[in-house]
Design a binder for this molecule. Structure first.
Ligand code: ZN
Length: 366
């Protein structure tokens, strides 16, 4: 043992030193990363924030209420799983308890329900609001005339199967006049669907207004102008701050009358590369018309938020603010690079030493 120690003493000490320095640099790097706060600064947990997540040609909105509850409305398509889960874990739930008190699926299209089976299997969901669309593939049955049957949709069937598998999740059907409340505070109101059955699957999407006194946001899924008309004619709608344009900005939604009734200050569109022509020029014409007559100044980027990234609206003391994050991955990589640069920097200093020492040894021998 002594022989071994004497022979390898220097090597063992060097290896232990390398291990110690490496651990220390990683530790320091980690602390520095947090201290430099390279992650985007998020609104506090005690205010309302609405995140329109960049899931490409699809739809997903995350809402944190000042009262503490978290809500997910639609879940994008399965192809955006990595992007969405990264956003949920690294931004939305950074300081949260990783529980969705509420989840709302507007309708059965795969660009809205694509990640809900993943969400149900990997997060705690307390109440799940679903459309009155029956999936026979998931083993559901309904009397004819009671519900729309989405018979070929495997993505939707997987969501219904996941819901059936998690019997601790309370399931509620979307319906006009339904409200989500925290004691006396109304967090969300549904103004549609009025009927149990619609010919157009998009029309199952509820028209919803959510938020608090400083930030009111209207989301309509893919509901058509027929549904917008019903809502305008049946309800005294509140003035809102932000409208997420229906059906990805398609000309089948966002009627002039609907804009006029809601008086949104800003408009956001959840849209990506697509072959449907979303968002349509007709919708922009309507927006221009609405703006000229009702906001009384020209449509500018101030009032219309279109971003190639994630859009976050959050309440302030006297109104609301908006932040956009182009690419969430850049922030995550920034953390990683700080670690690499710090570790590598310290390692370089460390490696300079043995080289010096060995050169000294050479000079001794010579
Ligand atoms: Zn859609």
């Amino acid at each position: 043992m002594n022989k071994f120690w004497n022979k390898y003493k220097i090597n063992i000490i060097i290896y232990l030193a390398v291990a110690a320095i490496l651990s220390a640099t990683l530790f320091v790097g980690n602390i520095l990363t947090r201290a430099l706060s390279l992650r985007p600064t998020m609104p506090n947990n005690d205010i309302t924030s609405v995140h329109i997540v960049d899931v490409g040609q699809a739809s997903c909105t995350l809402v944190h209420f000042a009262t503490g509850e978290d809500l997910i409305i639609d879940s994008g398509s399965a192809s955006s799983n990595k992007k969405l889960i990264s956003y949920i874990n690294n931004v939305f739930f950074l300081h949260g308890d990783k529980t969705f008190e509420y989840a709302i699926l507007t309708h059965s299209d795969s660009d809205h329900c694509g990640n809900f089976s993943y969400i149900l299997n990997n997060y705690k969901v307390s109440v799940f609001y679903r459309p009155n669309i029956i999936s026979t593939l998931a083993g559901e049955s309904a009397e004819i005339g009671e519900a729309y049957i989405d018979s070929e949709n495997y993505v939707y069937a997987d969501v219904i199967k996941a819901l059936n598998a998690h019997n601790n999740v309370q399931v509620v059907k979307n319906k006009a006049d339904l409200q989500i409340k925290n004691n006396d505070i109304t967090l969300l109101t549904m103004y549609s669907p009025e009927y149990d059955v619609y010919d157009n699957v998009n029309d199952y999407s509820p028209v919803m207004v959510l938020g608090d006194n400083n930030l009111k946001v209207c989301i309509t899924g893919d509901a058509s102008k027929n549904i917008e008309n019903f809502v305008v004619n049946s309800y005294d709608l509140p003035d809102i701050d932000v409208l997420v344009l229906g059906h990805h900005g398609s000309n089948t939604s966002s009627s002039y009358e609907f804009l006029e009734a809601l008086q949104p200050e800003r408009v956001a569109i959840s849209v990506g590369k697509n072959s449907y022509g979303h968002p349509s020029t007709e919708t922009f014409d309507t927006l221009n018309l609405y703006d000229t007559n009702y906001i009384k100044h020209t449509l500018t980027s101030k009032n219309m938020t279109i971003s190639d990234g994630n859009i976050i609206f959050y309440s302030t003391n006297d109104g609301y603010e908006v932040i956009t994050i182009k690419n969430i991955d850049n922030y995550l990589h920034a953390d990683y690079w700080v670690l690499v640069v710090i570790s590598y920097g310290v390692l370089l200093i460390f490696f300079v030493r043995p080289i010096k020492r060995s050169s000294r040894r050479y000079s001794k021998n010579s």
